[in-house]
Ligand binder design. Structure first.
Ligand code: HEM
Length: 530
């Protein structure tokens, strides 16, 4: 009996020693070394197991802003932050020149798995692809994401905006104002755009059956599932502990109830997507000339015409899910944030509307919102200077992505004077430069006009990186800007945007950085168009 106790005791003691070593002593040793080597060029954030998560939570509670600690950190010599995450030690680069070096040397790093659920959903997509596989996917998708190609979706994006916002307009009387969930309503547009551009189908007819037998729109389910897949480690402590030790295999063993439920939902989504792919393949085999300018047809035609094509159904479906993740919530947040700022700066809102009306009214005698919007053409996009600047300024203040996905160094590499060892984490932070008073004077002010003046804010393209920069920058940025502009144009024609002062304005880092509360604005039907 005693021997059994001794064995159990030895096992528990070994696990505890291992945990203390990897979660406390190992990172602590590295941080002392870093401070000794780099002095005030590095700021260290050490919190057992959870790295900067604690800082985000503290900032949200004390300052209503999860990234307050980064905004208040500017120092002359500071070039990087050091942090721990689980047992790993990482660098987050702040200096624009060092950010450039990390981005340009992207092949020295691989993206760290977020959770096993994320890997399952889009681990084979371009978002997580590496090396030659990434090059192949980027080349293939790059052609379709070129502005000249993307602009062919413009009429559809306009139509989706009309279908979404006209509904709200028609529900309102002239006197009423309606509280709007800004990001949610914009997400209706951005998710539909992904469905139409990828599958060539509206998401409105695509349902999925839930565990309880009820039906839910695939698009709604995807939004929820993507969020749960990323948040699994924060909402399920057991999943977190398993992940610290088992990483990408963590959900393979001893699945918790939440993990089991999530994986069932993920599997159902992928099966639904597979059916769409297989049905379309059958159609194209019969009628190859019917191929449309949508991502799915481009993949399928490539597999049918190109014998050496290595595109698999998995790659196609993962890229759909990856684009849904990368393009839906991000673009909706960018636009939702812009709507909030327009609500609290009525004079900027007036000028933005004036810009739109000036462009569109020169083409139509009929001044009702839909007639004006019908005149809106792809060529007008480049004349919307203020609207463009409003979107940029919104992303400067609240970038949907605060940093690039954390990467793992695949070999030792020097970034500036910082020596990174194989296996260490590396990311680059966007908030620090975008809130630096030396780059953007009065950084806390919402001032879209700063983008319209010839100043030096653009002197280094790595000062402002909401879409990242370098070879792995955002492939969908033109699409995102077209969608954002389209939504703002139509909304400004239909509605006055008013603030909702009764709601707390707090900024939180969930998967995406944005407002904690989504009901910060009202829409009121516009009485006079001009
Ligand atoms: C305002 C909206 C958007 C923002 C702020 C944004 C931001 C970003 C950022 C920061 C990255 C780099 C991630 C990293 O390297 O870790 C990225 C990559 C990417 N984005 Fe976007 N994005 C937006 C919209 C879109 C849209 C609409 C799509 C597609 C429909 C898209 C698809 C992608 C893809 C596929 C990548 C990976 C590219 C690669 O690794 O080669 N994004 N995005």
């Amino acid at each position: 009996m005693l021997i059994i106790f001794q064995i159990i005791f030895a096992i528990i003691a070994s696990i505890l020693t291992l945990a203390i070593y990897s979660l406390v002593l190992y990172p602590f040793f590295w941080f002392i070394l870093m401070k000794y080597k780099y002095g005030d060029k590095i700021k260290v954030f050490f919190n057992i197991g959870q790295g900067m998560l604690k800082e985000y939570k503290k900032g949200l509670i004390e300052k209503n802003d999860g990234v307050a600690f980064i905004r208040n950190m500017h120092q002359k010599n500071l070039k990087a932050m050091a942090f721990n995450y689980g047992s790993k030690v990482g660098f987050s680069f702040l200096d624009p020149e060092l950010i450039k070096q990390v981005h340009q040397n992207h092949e020295y790093f691989i993206k760290m798995d977020a959770t096993m659920a994320v890997t399952f959903l889009f681990g084979n997509s371009i978002l997580y692809a590496k090396g030659k596989e990434w090059q192949k996917q980027r080349q293939f998708l790059g052609k379709s994401f070129h502005f000249d190609e993307i602009k062919s979706y413009f009429p559809q994006i306009k139509e989706i905006c009309q279908n979404t916002f006209r509904n709200t307009y028609q529900k309102l009387t002239n006197e009423e104002q309606i509280n709007i969930q800004a990001v949610k309503i914009c997400e209706t547009v951005t998710s539909e755009v992904i469905f139409r551009t990828f599958f060539g189908k509206t998401s409105q007819n695509l349902n999925i059956t839930k565990k309880d037998g009820s039906q839910i729109l695939l698009a709604f389910e995807l939004v929820e599932v993507v969020k749960s897949a990323f948040q699994m480690l924060t909402i399920d402590k057991i999943a977190l502990i398993k992940w610290i030790f088992l990483q990408r295999n963590s959900a393979r063993y001893f699945r918790t109830e939440k993990e089991e439920d999530l994986f069932q939902r993920l599997t159902a989504i992928k099966e639904c997507c597979l059916q769409i792919v297989q049905k379309r393949r059958d159609e194209l085999i019969k009628e190859p000339t019917q191929a449309k300018k949508i991502f799915l047809d481009q993949y399928l035609i490539d597999t049918m015409q190109n014998q050496s094509s290595q595109v698999t159904d998995d790659e196609i479906i993962d890229n759909f899910c990856g684009m849904f993740f990368a393009g839906t919530d991000t673009t909706a947040n960018m636009t939702g944030v812009a709507l909030y700022y327009l609500s609290i700066y009525p004079e900027i809102q007036r000028q933005a509307r004036e810009e739109i009306i000036k462009i569109l009214s020169s083409k139509s005698n009929d001044k009702n919102p839909d007639s004006l919007f019908s005149q809106f053409s792809i060529e007008d996009l480049s004349n919307l200077d203020l609207i463009n600047s409003i979107l940029k300024e919104s992303m400067r203040l609240i970038p949907p992505a605060i940093q690039v996905f954390p990467r793992i160094a695949c070999q030792d590499i020097k970034i500036g004077e910082f020596e990174i060892k194989k296996g260490q984490l590396v990311t680059t932070n966007f908030v620090y430069n975008q809130s630096n008073p030396e780059i953007f004077p009065k950084p806390d002010n919402f001032d879209p006009f700063r983008w319209m003046n010839e100043d030096n804010t653009q002197s280094n393209t790595f000062n402002f990186t909401p879409f990242s920069q370098g070879p792995r920058n955002c492939i969908g940025q033109h699409l995102a800007m077209i969608e954002g502009k389209c939504m703002l144009v139509y909304i400004l024609l239909l509605f006055d945007i008013l603030p909702n002062p009764s709601v707390l304005v707090a900024k939180e880092v969930k998967v995406i950085y944005g407002f904690q509360n989504d009901n910060l604005i009202y829409f009121k039907k516009r009485q006079n168009i001009i």
